[in-house]
Design a protein around this ligand. Structure first.
Ligand SMILES: *Cc1c(COP(=O)(O)O)cnc(C)c1O
Length: 338
């Protein structure tokens, strides 16, 4: 509790927007455990139910990013991703709630659908959308910066969400989430293993948060949704150091948390479904009434089946993304009715 109060105090020094309406529920997945013949207790933390237009992990991250934006006097936000970006949808919803204008630079390079899923929702939410025709990466970030600069020239006060700030401030949302979990579950029900999709802020915040709260034996497995498009492992370590610096914690003084990333469920690459991921998506729905998403959570969920039979209480952390099922309707239906 002492460590919890300390972390709470440090986090409270950062400006935050109130977007989550947490805590997100923790539920037992007893039907699925039986069907999958898992020899450990499995539960789920429902961040898919957390605020902002169909929910997701960006609700927690945006509390800190948009808190920062408002503290700096911003009147609009610039961000982006792929056309079906969950982040784009959630930032558009947050901007609507906080009365900020939302500008998105969205890449249509990946042949994703425009009239459904998160992209439909972002349009309904009133985001001002600019299309970008190349892959995500440096040139996309340059394009976002260019848009932000042109808004400045028009006398606006844009807040640009970009790496590494997005990852560092965003991770604070998941440090706070570990505090939420520690207060939600008694010690004898606290997970011994956590499984979640991992790219950046979510995994970093969860891993570091549990460490700072003294849960040193909890294994945190990040299941990657992409291969070498993005160097997850090095950024996790770099960002943990940067966050510690920001929080005035000596990183050397805590023994570094074990980074445990699993790349074996990616399949052919980012946003490409696999037989296992579609199977997990359908089973979570059929046996538990929980909707996963095809890009992130269904790959992480598929990994649960191959965990060792060690009886460790396991928590699957749902990070959201379910509106993407509509953009993958054909593949999902094909899987159900081959
Ligand atoms: C963005 C996203 C992730 C990855 O989040 P990070 O914080 O970058 O790790 C995982 N799942 C869903 C559904 C997402 O939208």
């Amino acid at each position: 509790m002492h460590l919890g109060n300390e972390l709470e105090k440090k986090l409270s020094e950062f400006p935050q927007a109130n977007l989550c309406n947490g805590p997100s529920p923790v539920q037992d997945l007893t039907n699925l455990s039986a069907k999958w013949k898992l020899d450990f207790e499995l539960s789920i933390k429902r961040d898919d139910l957390l605020g902002l237009a169909f929910g997701g992990n960006k609700s927690r991250q945006l509390e800190f990013l948009l808190g920062d934006a408002i503290a700096l006097g911003a009147d609009c936000i610039v961000h982006g991703g792929a056309v079906q970006s969950n982040y784009g949808r959630q930032v558009a919803a947050a901007c609507a709630q906080l009365d900020l204008d939302c500008y998105l630079v969205l890449s249509d390079y990946y042949n994703q659908k425009l009239d459904t899923g998160s992209h439909l929702i972002s349009q309904i939410l009133g985001a001002k959308i600019f299309y970008f025709h190349e892959q995500l990466g440096d040139s996309h970030e340059i394009e976002k910066r260019r848009l932000s600069q042109s808004l400045e020239k028009l006398g606006r006060k844009p807040y640009l969400i970009t790496y590494p700030k997005s990852e560092i401030l965003g991770s604070l949302g998941y440090l706070k989430a570990t505090l939420e979990l520690s207060r939600q579950l008694p010690a004898d029900r606290f997970p011994q293993r956590i499984v979640m999709p991992a790219v950046g802020a979510t995994y970093i915040g969860a891993l570091l948060g549990l460490k700072l709260l003294g849960y040193t034996d909890v294994e945190v497995i990040g299941v990657a949704p992409l291969l070498d498009e993005y160097p997850i492992e090095t950024t996790v370590l770099d960002s943990m150091k940067a966050i510690c610096k920001l929080l005035e914690i000596d990183f050397q003084s805590i023994d570094a948390p074990k980074i445990n990333l699993d790349f074996s469920f990616v399949g052919e690459g980012y946003s490409k479904t696999t037989k296992e991921s579609l199977g997990a998506l359908v089973d979570f729905a059929k046996y538990e009434g929980v909707m996963l998403d095809p890009v992130y959570t269904s790959k992480a969920a598929a990994s649960l089946k191959s965990l060792p039979s060690d009886g460790k209480r396991t928590l699957f952390w749902h990070t959201g993304g379910s509106p993407a099922i509509f953009a993958y309707a054909n593949e999902i239906l094909e899987h159900i009715n081959p």
